[in-house]
Ligand binder design. Structure first.
Ligand code: MF3
Ligand code: CO
Length: 261
């Protein structure tokens, strides 16, 4: 992970643009989600929209340690898949599924990263509750992203929001700083202790993300080397915003109408 970089006013303005572009891509994909649609269809919509907003995919060709270059512009994570599902023609959405879409783009060298878990048609009450709880916990955590607080204040909100409802958060994957690199310091775990960790300062920009399972937190990686799924087969949800820490508090850079519904 690159070292921590504080952004100035000009850089934050640029990151507003990339955040807005990432939000547009996510919203457009969401509008297409329905039973019978394949995740390859969603990948095509993503590529078209990224071109339309004159951005560049941050995921395509991205190399995580010990992984092949990522082959797509979005991650499509259905039901018990937590993160990093790869779009494919054979992966067709069914009524009652939930699908996490994760997408990041850059404009003028600055990245914006966001994710949202969508219902496909009618979903079960327990899936509905998972989505609501996970999304609310993200917003409770974002409210802590202000100067003087610490990383642990964000992380503990993510953890307690999920665990107070009987769900579990992922242990080995984290949110992250973001800027000229998709992943920068600091790490922003989904679990932690309030009052602990790095102190937050104005000019930090964080991709705050939370991954919540209905069942146990254990996950395994599937044969493709990327897809992370729950071991117990329970449903998992993912939500993520890119957030700038300003002197007067957090500003979400990846907001759109999608999140207002
Ligand atoms: N959005 C993911 C994250 O921030 C990154 C996906 S890695 C990629 O952790 F390789 F798929 F791009
Ligand atoms: Co991210």
């Amino acid at each position: 992970m690159d070292k921590l970089k504080i952004k100035n006013r000009v850089e934050i303005e640029k990151m507003k643009q990339s955040g807005k572009a990432a939000a547009t891509v996510l919203k457009r994909i969401g509008e297409a989600i329905a039973p019978g649609v394949s995740t390859a269809d969603l990948e095509r919509i993503s590529r078209d929209t990224i071109a339309e907003v004159k951005a560049t995919s941050s995921f395509l060709g991205y190399q995580l340690p010990e992984h092949e270059p990522y082959p797509a512009t979005i991650c499509t994570s259905i039901n018990d898949v937590v993160i990093h599902g790869i779009p494919d023609e054979s992966q067709v959405l069914e009524d009652g599924d939930i699908i996490g879409i994760d997408t990041a783009v850059s404009i003028e060298g600055y990245h914006g990263d966001n994710a949202y878990t969508f219902p496909v048609g009618d979903i079960s009450p327990s899936a509905e509750r998972l989505l609501k709880v996970t999304r609310n916990s993200l917003y409770d955590a974002i409210a802590e992203a202000k100067p003087g607080n610490r990383i642990g204040d964000i992380s503990s909100k993510l953890q307690s929001g999920a665990e107070s409802q009987g769900f579990s958060v992922l242990q080995n994957f984290s949110g992250h700083g973001i800027g000229r690199n998709l992943h920068e310091a600091p790490e922003v775990p989904c679990m932690g202790i309030a009052g602990r960790g790095l102190r937050l300062r104005a000019g930090m920009v964080l991709a705050i993300e939370t991954m919540v399972n209905i069942g146990f937190s254990d996950v395994h990686i599937l044969a493709d080397g990327w897809t992370v799924a729950t071991v117990d087969g329970s449903l998992s949800a993912l939500f993520e915003h890119t957030v700038a820490i300003l002197s007067d508090g957090p500003e979400i850079l990846t907001g759109s109408e999608l999140w207002e519904t």
